[in-house]
Design a binder for this molecule. Structure first.
Ligand code: FAD
Ligand code: DHB
Length: 412
């Protein structure tokens, strides 16, 4: 088959890219290794930056998010048994975050894709990319036992950290930057009413804990744990006991308990690929970069990448301009490295490391106290947490102010 853009991966990056391309009249074919049901039910991220929310609204995808998403104007930091509010919106000129599950975003995107007859193949295997530098790239895959080929102008590698796209770039061209962490997150989804207005990021000498939510009746909680943690050693009672210990607060606040519906362990990693493009292949989202989840940036970065990529591909087909495509990697990496720094900082600030000493523990508490006592320090954290506004980051390196407002206007 022939199309303009072959999109690999039906996570937030691939699905949103196909959607933004459709809105500009650019045709794509999307292939995905897992089943549609698997993609719709994969519980992961939960925090959407204002820019992500605006992008989804502009693209006509915000209907359910508007009614079911929970808008938060601040977060809480809990340490030394005290809760401290950081007024994210107040410190950033009104930028809020919205708590709305990644799988809900994926469901909204898949519903739109089906409505608009997006060509999609699920449960594909043996995916191979070819001709990336020839101007005539192609993607081969097997679907229901039949070998297929997509001939296209461009390939978007949106297949996550373990996908095949990044590996299709010759190793002598790629530079990768990586850091791993000596801990992981045990995440649970509990059928328990929410008992806090905002997310609570807790530092305790036993480790990090995070109180989040999915709806008024469903709580999402995370606990720092070992990298090779065996879930069998974490019966529900142990999880709740550890959560109560780490969230212990002088004002008596404690999370409400309820049946645990889902448990998982997530390893933590910082990783960046440079460049994010090679010939006609463009990497977006987790395929190009990973952040530890503490800063809630992963999905937001994926959305930011495809916003830039869809604008650049739109300009290519509409005006035959290729400068935006050429600048894709440099444009995205500016935001990526800012998010990498913030995510690492939040991770170090809130987790207990195995090589902890009384000295490093006191340094951490000094930094946490500064955030709660100095408005300047709180503003730095708030700006990073709320995320860069899109217009600012899309300025081209040569100073020509390309921002995607023209695309947004058309999308509206
Ligand atoms: P993915 O969602 O990984 O999608 C890639 C898709 O490609 C998958 O569907 C995969 O099956 C498919 N695929 C893989 N290989 C192939 C192949 N060979 N062929 C075809 N398809 C393939 N981010 C936030 O912004 N905020 C948060 O609050 C947040 N919290 C998180 C909490 C946890 C516990 C975790 C694990 C992550 C969190 N993240 C968060 C990160 C976020 O989930 C990811 O960054 C996001 O999923 C990236 O989207 P993506 O589309 O790039 O990749
Ligand atoms: C959630 C995940 C995060 O990584 C985070 O920083 C905040 C919230 C969540 O899943 O709700």
């Amino acid at each position: 088959m022939r199309t303009q853009v072959a999109v690999i991966g039906a996570g937030p990056a691939g699905l949103l890219l196909a959607h933004l391309l459709r809105l500009q009249g650019v045709e794509s074919v999307l292939i995905e290794a897992r089943s549609r049901e698997h993609c719709e039910n994969r519980v992961r991220a939960g925090v959407l930056e204002q820019g992500t929310v605006d992008t989804l609204h502009e693209a006509g995808l915000g209907c359910r998010m508007r009614s079911e998403g929970l808008v938060h104007r601040g977060i809480e930091l809990l340490f030394e048994h005290q809760r401290h509010r950081v007024d994210i919106a107040g410190l950033t000129g009104g930028r809020a975050i919205t708590v709305y599950g990644q799988h809900e975003v994926v469901r909204d995107l898949l519903a739109a894709a089906s409505r608009e007859q997006q060509k999609m193949y699920f449960e594909v295997s043996e995916v191979a990319l070819d001709g990336l530098k020839t101007g005539q790239p192609s993607v081969q895959f097997t679907h229901q036992g039949v070998r297929q080929q997509i001939d296209c102008d461009y390939i978007a590698g949106c297949d996550g950290f373990h996908g095949v796209s990044r590996a299709a770039i010759p190793s002598e061209v790629l530079r990768t930057y990586e850091r791993t962490y000596p801990f992981a997150w045990l995440g649970i989804l509990a059928d328990a009413p929410i008992v806090a207005d905002e997310l609570i990021y807790a530092h305790h000498e036993r480790g990090f804990a995070l109180y989040s939510m999915r709806s008024p009746r469903v709580t999402r909680l995370y606990l720092q744990c070992g990298i090779h943690e065996d879930l069998a050693l974490w019966p529900d009672a142990r999880i709740w006991s550890e959560l109560r210990t780490r969230f212990a607060s002088a004002d008596g606040w404690t999370p409400a308990q309820g049946p645990i519906m889902q448990k998982s362990v997530t390893p933590m990693r910082s990783f960046v690929t440079e460049p994010m493009q090679y010939g006609q292949l463009f990497l977006a989202g987790d395929a190009a970069h990973i952040v530890p989840p503490t800063g809630a940036k992963g999905m937001n970065l994926a959305v930011a990448d495809v916003r830039v990529l869809s604008g650049a591909l739109g300009a290519r087909y509409r005006d035959n301009r290729t400068d935006l495509l050429e600048a894709y990697s440099a444009t995205c990496l500016e935001r990526v490295w800012r998010a990498e720094h913030f995510s690492l900082r939040m991770t170090n600030l809130l987790h207990a490391t195995p090589d902890e000493t009384p000295f490093t523990q006191r340094l951490r508490l000094a930094e946490l106290r500064q955030i709660t006592r100095s408005q300047a320090a709180a503003r730095v954290l708030a700006e990073d947490y709320a995320g860069l506004p899109f217009g600012m980051q899309n300025a081209l390196p040569d100073g020509r102010g390309h921002c995607l407002d023209s695309v947004s206007a058309r999308l509206r």
